[in-house]
Design a protein around this ligand. Structure first.
Ligand SMILES: [Zn+2]
Length: 355
């Protein structure tokens, strides 16, 4: 009889070896069977949140917290009362957990994501606002808390979203949303011409000054990383910040951007095409922030063999991130400055590189 090797100490302590059909559902049939009611959803969230046993939110001790109901908890040591969802993005929700689970399943099973309207229809929600809030809370959970910095060789560039203003092209252009892109360069197989990319980070930035770009690079890249950029002056201080900086001089090489900076160029193309396809290509820049988060979540997990695993990761992050009020989410998505009122429009590049 074959016996599975026991996980090493490092594996069992740091990462759980996730198995389809055990930790996450493989199919819609399995999903429906697992998450038929509130108790089942609550028990699943509890395991995601406290894989090593419930820790008391009041004192932090484990082994002393008991269930009052399936969802409500009480600590025997300090009498602190809590719940499985308290302190997470699911706190204070009036929606059944089954609806949250169905939403997370739909969002992760659609390759390109869903709109608030299609989510409302699929879940049979009465109000569009309910669907919109649900979608935005789950998008928020797509940003991994305390996520690690990119490492190794990294390409960094910016891309512009918005109709071209005649005479104002490139980095000085007005009326555009600027998105900074950083992506790890993977190893490319000898025979394959395909570009192998690692993890990506995106951020909407106000301008392309050295101050702004320095902050972006420090936010996303581990100290000592090798940073590839074009010859733009805004990147000239990276060596001083402790990075190894290599300028890829496009105009000198005579090659177009998709040859000299293939990774970052491909991300820009995919982002624009995705915005066009799923989000009708436009919106306010503040909405763009949420779209960028969703794009990064999907891109970094694009090789996941299982959509069920994406579902698992999304819910795992939903119980990791802190509770935010509905009012805060609505307020954040409202334009605050006049610059935020500008519409952005994604246009597909002529030289799109397919997946
Ligand atoms: Zn306690």
């Amino acid at each position: 009889m074959a016996v599975a090797a026991a996980p090493s100490v490092a594996e069992s302590a740091v990462t759980l070896r996730l198995r389809a059909g055990e930790h996450y559902p493989r199919t819609a049939v399995e999903f429906n069977a697992w998450f038929a009611d509130e108790d089942a959803c609550s028990a699943y969230l509890e395991r995601l949140r406290w894989p090593n046993g419930i820790a008391c939110p009041g004192g932090g001790e484990t082994g002393k917290v008991w269930h009052i109901t399936r969802r409500a908890l009480r600590c025997r040591a300090c009498r602190h009362e809590s719940s499985v969802t308290a302190g997470t993005i699911l706190e204070d929700t009036r929606l059944p957990l089954t609806v949250w689970f169905q939403a997370a399943w739909l969002i992760t099973n659609e390759k390109d994501g869903v709109s608030a309207l299609s989510l409302q229809r699929a879940l049979g929600l009465k109000r569009y606002e309910t669907s919109w809030l649900l979608l935005h809370k789950l998008r928020r959970a797509m940003v991994r808390p305390g996520r690690s910095l990119l490492e190794g060789a990294i390409e960094i560039d910016e891309t512009y979203l918005g109709a071209a203003v005649p005479g104002k092209r490139g980095r000085g252009a007005h009326g555009k949303a600027i998105v900074a892109i950083a992506i790890e360069k993977g190893t490319t197989g000898k025979k394959s011409q395909r570009v192998a990319s690692g993890r990506v980070r995106l951020a909407r930035i106000p301008d392309c000054s050295a101050l702004t770009l320095n902050a972006f690079v420090e936010d996303v890249a581990a100290p000592g990383s090798l940073i590839h950029t074009d010859a733009w002056g805004g990147y000239s201080q990276l060596e001083q910040l402790g990075f190894t900086h290599e300028v890829i001089n496009q105009s000198a090489s005579g090659d177009p951007a998709h040859v000299t900076m293939p990774h970052v160029h491909r991300v820009a193309s995919l982002l624009k095409r995705w915005l066009l396809g799923t989000h009708q290509g436009g919106g306010k820049p503040v909405q763009l922030d949420a779209y960028l988060d969703e794009f990064v979540f999907r891109f970094n997990r694009r090789k996941s063999a299982s959509r069920g695993l994406l579902f698992y990761r999304l819910l795992e992050q939903a119980v990791e991130i802190e509770h935010v009020t509905n009012d805060k989410i609505v307020a954040e998505r409202k334009p605050r400055r006049s610059r935020d009122l500008l519409e952005f429009i994604a246009e597909a590049d002529d030289d799109d590189i397919p997946f």
